[in-house]
Design a protein around this ligand. Structure first.
Ligand code: HEC
Ligand code: HEC
Length: 454
């Protein structure tokens, strides 16, 4: 029998003890702690649960100093910070792709600062990263045990921005600095070095640790700035009664929400009746194993034994009991600005947003369409394939059954997802979606009305 409460306490994690408590601002970070209040069974109440209703109405819990955020912005765009120089944070988190992208790589995963150096994960958007809560456990009323939420990266392995920035800066496959000292040296001679000293104290850059701390604090302020969380999408304007959505977009919204159809909102949570846009992050920051297909283009995947199993690596590092139960689990990403991105899922396996949606509808019904050789869940080690979610709609279908979504339904959800693009990325997203549509082949096997209600 697992004693999760003790585990969480021993690991020093924020254990959300009651519903109201979990919806409060996180005491340590001021971040909103989102809660998974629903499963497929009770998701009719999405966005209207007591927990979410308790969230504050203020649009932003963050008030970073503008000077500090401006310094963080300079660091973000500083191409000198890689080894060799040339790869800034923005090279991978490209503003033209909603702060995502893969640095010009077409493999679905990022190219680092050296030619031919590829990582194993797709670059997520750095937008709204400030809203990702620290890793915490929460137990829903009807759940058997508390489950993890939050933490930065697809496997939640970083809790703070200061911790997060070390990873790309020091990762040989990313910015490839050899040490904190190498980074500190670059900061001391940066054009914004005096700005850092003014903001963090004259001696701030003297020690390597001090320089890294200043970098982390400046980056945190930038990620908390309005620029990195604009909430200026057509969806946001519509919620405020300032824009209209088309009939198809509204149909997509409905399908996205309906528990017996898309059921997307059971994980990609939102609340279209709340004026606080932070209630519509299109994620509950929870983890799930949806069994994204293996991306054969990733160089590390040439070794058939190489598998990226996500949360269980973090679970093992933190010594949670039975860490293997989390293999195959990745954090549910926000779908804000998804239309500006070019690759989808943690391994970047999809290059077409419509495919990412269709995958949910026919994953197990048409395994050959999605998995090489038709072997289900081929990017999870065989021993852990039973972890993959086959219970939640629309993932609960089996071969021979009808999908929960028709081709028209998928188009409608695709149209709705395009309303989540913030104003600065609208043109880029439209170009991206047009390019993807030109490549889309529409399987016509399932007629429009061919779905079964539960
Ligand atoms: C070579 C490409 C590359 C560079 C350069 C890079 N990143 Fe990333 N970034 C990634 C990848 C890949 C991930 C996802 C890693 C994972 O999930 O394990 C990521 C994840 C993130 C996230 C987490 C988002 C989330 O929702 O969990 C943030 C924030 C971020 N990076 C900020 C930065 C900052 C700040 C810099 C510069 C110091 C930077 N990145 C440089 C590739 C890059
Ligand atoms: C059971 C929880 C769950 C449900 C239901 C769900 N998703 Fe997801 N979604 C996830 C998780 C977890 C990921 C990340 C998987 C990965 O990276 O391998 C994800 C990833 C995605 C992505 C990729 C985003 C990106 O930037 O890479 C899209 C698009 C998406 N989901 C759309 C949908 C749609 C549309 C629906 C409804 C048809 C849906 N999801 C239903 C959990 C869920």
């Amino acid at each position: 029998m697992r004693t999760w409460a003790r585990v969480a306490a021993v690991a020093g994690l924020a254990l959300a003890i009651s519903a109201t408590r979990a919806a409060d601002l996180h005491p340590a970070t001021g971040m909103l702690a989102a809660v998974r209040a629903s499963t497929a069974a009770n998701s009719a109440t999405i966005g209207t649960t007591a927990q979410l209703a308790a969230m504050p109405e203020t649009p932003s819990p963050f008030q970073p100093s503008p000077a500090r955020a401006a310094l963080g912005r300079q660091v973000f765009y500083d191409a000198r910070l890689s080894e060799p120089a040339g790869t800034s944070c923005a090279a991978c988190h490209d503003p033209r792709q909603g702060f995502a992208g893969n640095h010009g790589s077409t493999l679905g995963v990022a190219l680092g600062s050296r030619p031919g150096s590829f990582g194993t994960r797709n670059v997520p958007s750095a937008l709204y990263a400030a809203y990702v809560p620290r890793l915490f456990f929460y137990q829903d009323d009807d759940a058997p045990a508390p489950i993890p939420f939050g933490g930065l990266f697809a496997d939640g392995r970083a809790d703070t921005v200061a911790e997060l920035v070390r990873r790309p800066l020091l990762d040989p496959l990313e910015m490839h600095n050899v040490s904190a000292e190498a980074i500190a040296r670059k900061l001391r001679s940066a054009p914004y070095a005096d700005g850092l000293r003014k903001e963090f104290g004259a001696g701030a850059l003297q020690t390597n640790a001090g320089a890294m701390a200043a970098l982390g604090a400046a980056m945190e302020a930038f990620l908390q700035s309005r620029e990195m969380a604009p909430f200026s999408s057509r969806y946001d304007a519509w919620v405020q009664g300032k824009a209209r959505l088309s009939a198809q977009e509204l149909r997509g919204l409905k399908l996205f929400k309906e528990p017996d159809r898309g059921n997307c909102a059971s994980c990609h949570k939102f609340n279209e009746t709340a004026r606080n846009p932070a209630r519509s992050m299109f994620t509950d920051f929870g983890y799930d194993a949806i069994g994204a297909p293996r991306n054969a283009a990733i160089p590390a995947n040439r070794d058939p034994r190489h598998v990226d199993e996500g949360l269980c690596a973090t679970a093992a590092a933190k010594a949670w009991p039975d860490s293997a139960q989390w293999c195959g689990y990745f954090r549910t990403p926000s779908l804000r600005n998804v239309a500006a991105r070019e690759r989808y899922m943690h391994n970047g396996v999809f290059s077409n947003l419509r495919d990412a949606i269709a995958f949910y509808a026919t994953r197990t019904i048409e395994p050959r369409r999605w998995y090489g050789g038709g072997r289900l869940f081929d990017d999870v080690a065989p021993a852990h394939r039973a972890n993959v979610n086959v219970a939640t709609l629309p993932l609960n279908r089996r071969q021979g059954m009808q999908p929960a979504l028709s081709e028209q339904d998928i188009d409608a959800i695709l149209a709705f997802l395009q309303t989540l693009t913030d104003a600065p990325f609208e043109d880029a997203a439209q170009r991206n979606m047009a390019a993807q549509a030109a490549r889309t082949k529409r399987p016509q096997r399932f007629p429009a009305q061919a779905y079964i209600r539960r």
